[in-house]
Design a protein around this ligand. Structure first.
Ligand SMILES: Nc1nc2c(ncn2[C@@H]2O[C@H](COP(=O)(O)OP(=O)(O)OP(=O)(O)O)[C@@H](O)[C@H]2O)c(=O)[nH]1
Ligand SMILES: [Mg+2]
Length: 685
């Protein structure tokens, strides 16, 4: 255990590495860990021996699947580095770590330029008011054009993106353009020009300094520029660009110097916004990174190991946490004990004594901790939440069934463990359809989760597209009647019911009233009639799907003093209702979703054409970002949920869509007939 605190809050730099798959984030993590002395030599993604890709499947696939937290110390700073997966289906996992850091470093692959995931991450980091840094990796690679890449970056993300160093003329290292510009030769551009552009950009946020600069025309020292530099970063007025090669190590010392001297410490970044209370009553509260105040920490990551239990990884925003302390999780009354406080380096856990504000640590074996929970040590901070982070809503679904029926419980537990770890996953139980549906961001996402379940729990599951939750309703008023009469030996069963049905407005549900007068049916039997009607509402009258938006009025009937029993009226109610529905022009309806496709400009025609073919309508197209168009419209869920792979091939993997429930609409006649037929056949009618 660390016996003394080697760093304070102002020494901490929290940085997440985000950006497209294959950009080199994991390799860059290695290079930084080595430079910081945390590892003796770099592992390689190809060999499967990197610190951050420690999961067995990551090693096998050679790319990251989960965010991974590492740390190192370097010339007085303590860097918490979070490596994230870059493949587009995992972008929810990458976004989920952003609340833990001041700086989002968007890593670009010099060979592939500005990719879609980079745009998404830049936008998300900006929306969350993180300071941003662009790292161009693989500057050692062949056939790259860094000068034009810089132009592309500025085109895509704005003229506030400016190189703070430049590759040297030999391609072996990089040349600093900010701290001590010495006019060394660069591969493109010049040190002086780059220096001037940065200083010009920085002084724009500080009028006084701007005057000194303009009047005196003198060079400003990096120290004089520190405050305005931080301000420019916070305001998004400056996004520095750094060049590195994670494999040759070029640019790594310069990047570390940027971390050390320019990237915000926890006191300098934009403070996270917390809320106290729910909904409209929620009030914004600011947290104060003071070690002596109450503890406020935010859980941004959960790891579940079948043997070692649940690990909660969190960022301390206020106060200090000591091993042995008690903490409340969210609004729970009962505290948990921090048996151990850990620092992580991938799979490696090191005990620590005290966690200071701004630091990132973890506690092991705590079942109570969940993603997005706020940990605190006083009930004053009950009901605290971090402001909503715009995580993507999982929309791609697969129905899951254990291959072996005996594994039902185990499968359910495994799915819930996966859901707890991944905020972009959702497990739904559809009781009417007796189906468990796993929803995620895309097919690859769900396949990877199922693979993980197989690896971790030795469980196999079968999948299918989820059933559609159709509903039935009626479209006309009608009446129904049934007389239930049965004579078995001595006593019999008797009940007779007359009822009326009327359609209700969409979404109203179900109404049941009795207008029986003169005691033709005694009041104690009315609930039995309602039971019979509700049974049909649940199981449906024509297609086997539940009914909705129906009003039922019982208005007459008969009973028998001896033979009338509840069961008789349940039966009579059921049959009378079925007869009424048959006369009330029943229909089957399906869910319609609002859908927004984000696709490259050249795919707009293809997608709008497909949407029409899917019984959908286009309501508008809009520019989403450079070269990305957003197409909004409506279509039946049944069609949209099967569209994933088609969209992928149509857009070369660049297209995506989100969907939201809109309303129910009548299923086309032919399809209704099929649903009704399917329902009847198994019954052998
Ligand atoms: N030439 C060259 N190759 C590199 C460099 N950095 C990484 N690579 C290679 O690029 C590939 C991808 O590197 P990773 O570090 O796994 O990329 P990543 O960004 O973590 O990818 P995801 O985990 O999928 O998001 C690997 O084959 C690396 O060896 C570099 O600086 N130069
Ligand atoms: Mg990786």
């Amino acid at each position: 255990m660390d016996s003394f605190m080697a760093y304070t809050t102002t020494d901490i730099r929290n940085v997440c590495l985000v950006g497209p798959g294959h950009a080199g984030k994991t390799q860059l993590t290695e290079a930084l860990l080595k430079a910081g002395g945390a590892i003796p030599q770099c592992g390689a993604v190809e060999r499967g021996d990197t610190v951050s890709d420690f999961n067995a499947r990551e090693k096998q696939l050679g790319h990251s699947l989960y965010p991974s937290v590492c740390h190192f110390d370097h010339s007085g700073i303590h860097v918490n580095l979070i490596d994230t997966p870059g493949f587009r289906d995992f972008y929810g996992r990458a976004l989920s770590v952003m609340p833990a850091v001041e700086t989002a470093a968007i890593v670009l692959n010099a060979q592939s330029g500005v990719e879609e995931v980079a745009r998404r991450m830049m936008a998300a980091a900006k929306a969350q008011r993180l300071c941003r840094l662009i790292i161009v990796n693989k500057i050692d690679a062949e056939n790259i054009n860094l000068a034009s890449l810089v132009e592309d970056i500025r085109q895509a993300f704005g003229s506030e993106c400016l190189p703070i160093n430049l590759p040297d003329a030999e391609g072996k290292g990089v040349v600093d353009c900010f701290f001590q510009p010495d006019g060394a030769e660069t591969a493109f551009d010049t040190v002086d020009a780059a220096h001037e552009r940065i200083v010009d950009q920085v002084v724009e946020v500080d009028e006084e300094l701007m005057e000194i600069y303009l009047e005196q025309g003198e060079d400003l020292k990096p120290e004089q520029l520190h405050e305005p530099f931080e301000k420019a970063l916070r305001e998004g007025h400056l996004v520095p660009i750094c060049f590195v090669s994670a494999t040759t190590g070029a640019g790594i010392p310069e990047l570390l110097e940027v971390f050390e001297r320019l990237m915000p410490n926890p006191l300098e970044g934009n403070p996270p916004v917390f809320y106290k209370g729910e909904g409209d009553d929620a009030v914004e509260v600011t947290v104060n990174p003071d070690p002596d105040e109450h503890v406020i920490a935010h859980v941004f990551m959960i790891n579940i190991d079948p043997f070692k239990g649940r690990l909660g990884v969190f960022r301390i925003h206020q106060g200090s946490i000591k091993a042995g302390n008690q903490l409340f999780v969210g609004d729970a009354r009962k505290p948990i004990k921090v048996s151990q406080l850990l620092k992580l380096n991938g799979a490696d856990h090191k005990k620590m004594a005290v966690g200071l504000p701004g630091d990132i640590c973890a506690i092991p074996r705590v079942d109570e901790v969940y993603f997005d929970a706020v940990l605190h040590d006083s009930h004053d901070e009950d009901n605290f939440h971090l402001k909503h982070k715009h995580l993507p809503r999982p929309m791609f679904g697969l129905a899951i069934r254990p291959t072996n029926d005996a594994d039902a419980q185990k499968t359910s537990d495994a799915l819930h463990a996966m859901e707890a770890e991944d905020p972009s996953l959702k497990v739904e139980h559809n009781t009417t359809l007796n189906e468990v549906v796993l929803r995620g961001l895309g097919e690859q996402h769900l396949r990877s989760v199922l693979q993980e379940i197989e690896d971790r729990y030795s469980l196999k599951v079968d999948t299918s597209l989820p059933s559609i939750a159709y509903v039935e309703t009626i479209t006309a008023n009608a009446e129904g009647h049934h007389r239930h009469k049965k004579q078995t030996g001595g006593s019999g069963q008797f009940g007779e019911v007359y009822l009326r049905v009327e359609p209700l407005p969409p979404g109203t549900g179900f109404e049941f009233t009795s207008k029986v007068v003169g005691g033709s049916i005694p009041s104690q039997f009315i609930p039995a009639i309602e039971t019979g009607v509700r049974q049909v509402m649940q199981t449906g009258a024509i297609s086997g799907y539940p009914m909705q938006d129906v009003k039922v009025t019982v208005y007459d009937g008969k009973y028998h003093a001896v033979d009338s029993k509840e069961i008789a009226f349940v039966q009579a109610g059921k049959k009378a209702f079925l007869e009424a529905v048959a006369n009330a022009a029943p229909i089957v309806m399906e869910p319609i979703v609002d859908v927004t496709f984000t696709v490259p400009g050249e795919s707009v025609g293809g997608v709008t054409g497909d949407l029409a073919g899917m019984r959908g309508i286009v309501s508008g197209t809009d520019v989403a970002s450079d070269n990305q168009m957003a197409i909004s419209g409506q279509a039946p869920l049944k069609e949209v949920q099967a569209y994933h792979s088609r969209l992928k091939s149509l857009t070369g993997g660049e297209g995506s869509f989100t969907m939201d429930f809109s309303h129910y609409a009548e299923v086309p006649h032919q399809m209704q007939q099929e649903l009704i037929k399917e329902h009847r056949q198994p019954a052998g009618d």
